[in-house]
Design a protein around this ligand. Structure first.
Ligand code: SF4
Length: 387
């Protein structure tokens, strides 16, 4: 969101953020108007993703430059001049316009690539389609919001709507979309954001998949903490919070103290959530502590084998964005606890990754040969917080 000559200019990022969390847009708006909390600095993860994203885009640009016929729009100039330069570039008709500046109505932004296609338009016997680089390996609905926006902004400049738009994915593949199939959804989303900006409705922070990378994460965490929010109860979902609030349970301590069941919340689920709330409520005085659930056939410990001499506990960490020699991803750490010692097998490149895997299997092989009844355990949370 930018304020320009008394008007707010919205971008594709604003739209994607709004569709993930209306409260983030509320805080963005407050900030723009000089109110509200300070945003947090980019997290290390966000900065890393940004770096990888820039490198992915730069890599594609280098490939195109090698073939020539690319016009690049300078970003370091007033936006209106960049828009004018983009219009000039489109009229020249290069194979690719990099970083085209587009605007219309309340919207504006920088498309990654505008690709020439042999479809006549007001520009001549050709027109352009939008192609954006994304680190992900699969396209997502948020990509379509961006592609439709840029394509709609491109339309008046060439006198016709592009038929397709494209995502250049992090694994080197290209996904293409017929815009007519997605335009209504994306335009409705834009209208909804414009309505919100003109007359914001009340919002509140609700945990979602984008919180970790959100610049308001520290503020929202402080709100949840100060309110004793139900969202702090580990493993609770958004719909469960709604049911509890509808029954008058508004806080974690309220849930911990609740005696009666909650309408439309199954009793075992309520018991689990209340126990979790009690454990967390008592943590400041008791420190970290736990409670064992009643044994249940086919669940929890009942699913595990009896402990055996030689059991191992294993975990693995990977970086899905690591790129080396055209191969994506790196499993950079294997960790094994044998009850006495912890073994860490690190890898900082693919050669070391291969060796670490060989060493790991040798370790497993030796252990299971020495203790044929041993097990290898790997832990993963089975309950995700509601998003
Ligand atoms: S931290 Fe989460 S809840 Fe808060 S504004 Fe960001 S996305 Fe929304």
């Amino acid at each position: 969101m930018l304020s320009e000559n008394g008007r707010i200019r919205l971008s594709a990022s604003d739209l994607m953020r709004f569709m993930s969390c209306t409260h983030a847009s509320h805080l963005d708006l407050e900030r723009l108007q000089g109110r509200g909390p300070e945003p947090a600095r980019d997290s290390e993860d966000a900065a890393l993703l940004q770096r990888y994203g820039d490198a992915h885009e730069a890599g594609h640009l280098e490939t195109l430059r090698a073939g020539g016929d690319v016009v690049e729009i300078e970003k370091d100039q007033p936006f209106s001049q960049a828009v004018a330069a983009t219009v000039t570039a489109l009229r020249q008709g290069p194979a690719t316009v990099f970083q085209g500046a587009l605007e219309g109505g309340a919207w504006g932004g920088w498309s990654d690539f505008l690709e020439r296609v042999d479809v006549p338009s007001d520009l001549g016997p050709y027109s352009y389609e939008v192609a954006d680089t994304k680190l992900k390996r699969k396209p997502s609905p948020s990509h379509l919001l961006q592609l439709v926006l840029y394509s709609d902004l491109l339309t008046p400049l060439q006198g016709r709507s592009p038929e397709n738009a494209h995502v250049l994915l992090g694994d080197g593949t290209r996904a293409s979309f017929r815009l007519a199939e997605y335009a209504d959804y994306a335009r409705q989303a834009r209208t909804r954001l414009e309505t919100f900006v003109n007359a914001p409705w009340p919002t509140r922070p609700v945990p979602c998949a984008t919180c970790d990378l959100c610049r308001w994460r520290e503020n929202c965490a402080a709100v949840w903490e100060s309110e004793g929010s139900l969202f702090r109860v580990a493993g609770i979902s958004r719909s469960q919070v709604t049911k509890l609030e509808n029954a008058g349970v508004m806080t974690m301590t309220g849930l911990a103290a609740r005696k009666e069941n909650i309408p439309r919340l199954a009793a075992p689920t309520f018991d689990r959530l209340r126990l979790q709330a009690r454990l967390q409520t008592h943590r400041p005085t008791k420190g970290p502590h736990h409670a064992l659930r009643d044994p249940a056939g086919g669940k929890g410990f009942d699913l595990l084998p009896e402990p055996a001499i030689g059991d191992l506990f294993y975990d693995i960490e990977g970086d899905p964005f690591y790129a080396e020699g055209g191969t994506e991803g790196l499993e950079y750490l294997h960790g094994v606890w044998d009850g006495d010692d912890f073994t860490a097998l690190w890898a900082h490149d693919h050669t070391a990754e291969k060796q670490a895997l060989i060493t790991l299997f040798q370790l497993f092989d030796a252990r299971l040969s020495a203790y044929p009844h041993a097990h290898i355990y790997h832990y993963a949370a089975s309950i995700a917080p509601g998003c």
